[in-house]
Design a binder for this molecule. Structure first.
Ligand code: AMP
Ligand code: ZN
Length: 722
């Protein structure tokens, strides 16, 4: 690069963009908090590593010699909060899988490297393992102890937070620190609950342990990074990176440790990447919204489409991942690559000059706190330009050093069948004859067969559409049209959401169909993206029964969102929501219809609950008014949705969702009633049975508080009080 722009990077410590001034002229050092290898890295973790990669590529492009170190948190180590409780995730995973901790760590380390390679993340120059640096950690703790920053109690060593003056300067979260300390069960051995563990004594029978001056034990997580930064990059480094959740306590504690030992600043710039959300929520196993690179590949995406998606948002802003957004990214990437295969225009001085102006703009964007979205936009301007191919390619090749999108890669184009080729050439003839209507008809025939038609100067081509484009599955409830304002077409809409378990689904749908009789009705089935393959069953039912419509979600949408798909599409005067655990044993439909003819009734079902305090709910055992109708079976007039709205999609797990809906209806002044004589049978609720207990509790609790927050003060809505 001729004249280098000023490189400015945001420093979490100062809260400002700062001009980069390297510790050593011409060199730059980066330490990245690496993976904990007892599980796969999810795409959120990878977004953080991409931010570090963009930093590194920028520094390299600006001529710095970069040393990049990324640690591997392996056997014997654990998250601090787990450690405080004496639990070890690597160990636990090993036990659960019947493997040795080393085997587990090795397996996931390899998987991690594979993922990084697929995303074109340049490998760090060193990947030090925690287990290979325990001696350095012990030395580090000894040093802290001798300087008065640490104290030992019964073989445990703690960092004395009150001794370090600058504690809290990175996160500014002193108060939160106190809270965090209190949240973990109070440790009676600590002088201050904010003190954190540097070394933990091994409990009897523990296999993974190391010798130390304080007896056998193992190191804490924060000390791991402090010791390795020092060993591999020296006593002052340029950048330390991680995700925002690393700021507190991990990096705050690292500063305390490192500056405690060194007596001076250790890290110049702290760079933190904002989180990746999935479907608008924090990624968590229990929310069923974590994705791995392999999940993307399985769906036919190029892993670099994820890199492209990350390039569309600045690293300090949140990015929402949805299947829709990755589809768009995949399209964007393919189109960008394609645009680089064509160029027109002659090589003129003007084109060259304009090209160079864009080059400058591109690198200016990179230099401005890694503004990759702007850089990507400039790559697009280049691709769309009318410059000759050689100018475009020269620029894009240069840009790809930063973007890392393999822009000059030619996407593989599989063979097109002879049948398609014939239709295509017929279509070309039609076009030449200006029979555009017929030509368009030919195009749709080709598209129906799963191809995209591209017209070019040398004739047309048909490109097979990847699975993700041609499939018509839905990614959110908004993907289906809302018929709420449309007139009714039938008397009843039955809404079924396929949960886990095809047998249950089959039993439920068959029983509904058997007893519907000649009720003017429709059945809307939403396949909520579960892995078990009920797809063929519901498709078959839909093919043989015109009353049945099926929607396939391309992933688990959440309980409320899936239900909303059917509610948006419903065209019945009344709507019956039924859970797949319920089997219909007689004509329930006319009874429900009659109940809803009473306009004081807002919602009717078979099972209901009553409450005194809106916190605990008891199952009601007699017909009549209840506080809420349970979601196993509930019916209401469709027009009710116009009053209370659809279900609250924040409820991804089903619990309390039904109560929330009933209360919304009661809030409009209607009654909730049940009829215990309805001929229905409730079987095991698969969703409940198949959710592990610990997870159930977490999910239930979350929904419980969501409900409480909304309705907790509304005792006036309790039926028995009216
Ligand atoms: P871990 O393996 O949990 O130590 O996480 C590895 C890195 O990923 C850390 O730098 C975290 O801050 C980061 N990280 C965790 N979750 C997310 C997320 N949802 N989005 C972006 N980065 C994340
Ligand atoms: Zn770390």
């Amino acid at each position: 690069m001729e004249s280098q722009p000023l490189l400015r990077i945001h420093n979490t410590l100062s809260g400002q963009k700062e001009e980069f001034a390297p510790v050593q002229p011409g060199r730059a050092s980066i330490y990245t908090c690496g993976p904990t290898v007892y599980r796969n890295a999810h795409i959120g973790n990878l977004r953080s590593y991409l931010a570090a990669d963009w930093l590194r590529r920028t520094l390299t492009a600006f001529g710095y010699t970069v040393s990049h170190v990324k640690n591997i948190t392996d056997v014997g180590h654990m998250r601090q909060e787990m450690l405080e409780r004496g639990q070890d995730k690597v160990l636990a995973a090993a036990l659960a899988e019947g493997k040795t901790p080393q085997e587990i760590a090795e397996f996931y380390t390899k998987a991690f490297h594979d993922d990084e390679r697929k995303l074109n993340i340049e490998p760090a120059h060193e990947f030090p393992k925690a287990t290979e640096n325990v001696e350095q950690m012990v030395e580090f703790v000894r040093s802290l102890e001798s300087k008065g920053y640490a104290y030992e109690v019964e073989g445990n060593v703690y960092f004395d937070v009150n001794k370090f003056e600058g504690y809290g300067k990175l996160s500014g979260q002193l108060a939160k620190g106190l809270e965090e300390g209190a949240r973990v069960e109070a440790d009676p051995l600590k002088r201050d609950q904010r003190d954190f563990t540097l070394w933990k004594a091994a409990e009897p029978g523990r296999e993974l342990k190391w010798k130390s001056p304080w007896g056998d034990g193992f190191p804490g997580w924060h000390i791991e990074c402090s010791a390795m930064v020092l060993r591999y990059l020296g006593d002052e480094i340029d950048f330390h990176t991680g995700g925002v959740d690393n700021i507190f306590p991990h990096h705050e504690d690292e500063i305390a440790q490192s500056e405690g030992v060194l007596g001076k600043r250790h890290v110049r710039t702290w760079l933190h990447g904002q989180h990746l959300l999935v479907d608008g929520l924090k990624m968590a196993k229990s929310t069923r919204n974590t994705y791995l690179v392999s999940d993307l590949e399985r769906r036919g995406f190029d892993p670099l489409a994820f890199r492209y998606l990350c390039a569309t948002a600045h690293y300090r802003t949140r990015l929402n991942f949805t299947l829709r957004s990755i589809k768009a990214a995949q399209k964007g990437l393919s189109r960008l690559r394609l645009a680089l295969r064509s160029g027109n225009g002659r090589l003129t001085k003007k084109a060259q000059r304009e090209g160079e102006a864009l080059r400058t703009e591109f690198w200016n964007a990179a230099a401005d706190d890694l503004d990759i979205p702007s850089a990507l936009a400039i790559a697009w301007r280049t691709a769309r330009s009318r410059w000759p191919l050689e100018v475009k390619r020269d620029l894009l090749l240069d840009f790809d050093r930063l973007l890392g999108l393999d822009l000059l890669k030619t996407d593989a184009v599989p063979d097109v069948s002879s049948e398609i080729r014939t239709i295509l050439s017929d279509r070309d003839t039609l076009r030449r004859k200006r029979s555009y209507v017929d030509a368009d008809a030919a195009r749709s025939t080709i598209c129906d067969k799963g191809y995209e038609v591209r017209d070019g100067s040398k004739g047309s081509r048909a490109l097979p559409l990847p699975a993700w484009v041609s499939d018509d599955s839905i990614s959110s409830s908004g993907d289906v049209e809302s018929f709420l304002e449309e007139p009714e077409r039938v008397d009843l809409t039955v809404s079924v959401v396929a949960q886990q378990g095809c047998a249950e689904l089959e039993r439920c749908i068959s029983s509904v169909r058997r007893w519907l009789g000649d009720t003017k009705s429709e059945i809307i089935v939403v396949d909520n993206g579960f892995d078990d393959d009920c797809v063929s069953f519901v498709d078959e039912v839909a093919a043989n029964d015109t009353r049945v419509t099926v929607f396939h979600a391309d992933h688990f949408l959440g309980s409320a969102a899936a239900r909303n798909v059917s509610l948006r599409q419903a065209r019945g005067r009344n709507i019956l929501v039924i859970d797949t655990s319920v089997e219909v044993k007689g004509d329930i439909f006319s009874t429900l219809d009659a109940a809803l003819a009473d306009k004081t009734v807002g919602i009717v079902g078979r099972w209901g609950v009553v409450t005194n305090d809106l916190r605990s709910f008891d199952e009601a055992d007699a017909s009549g008014d209840v506080d809420a109708v349970e979601g196993y079976l509930m019916a209401f007039r469709r027009e009710m949705l116009r009053e209370v709205g659809l279900l609250d999609e924040k409820y991804r797990f089903y619990r309390h969702l039904d109560l929330d809906f009933s209360f919304a209806i009661r809030n409009r002044g209607y009654r909730s009633v049940i009829d215990v004589d309805l001929p229905v049978q409730r079987h095991d609720h698969v969703d409940w049975v198949s959710t592990p207990e610990e997870e159930r509790e977490r999910l239930s609790k979350r929904n419980f508080y969501r409900f409480l927050h909304k309705w907790g003060e509304r005792k006036d809505l309790i039926a028995s009080r009216q």
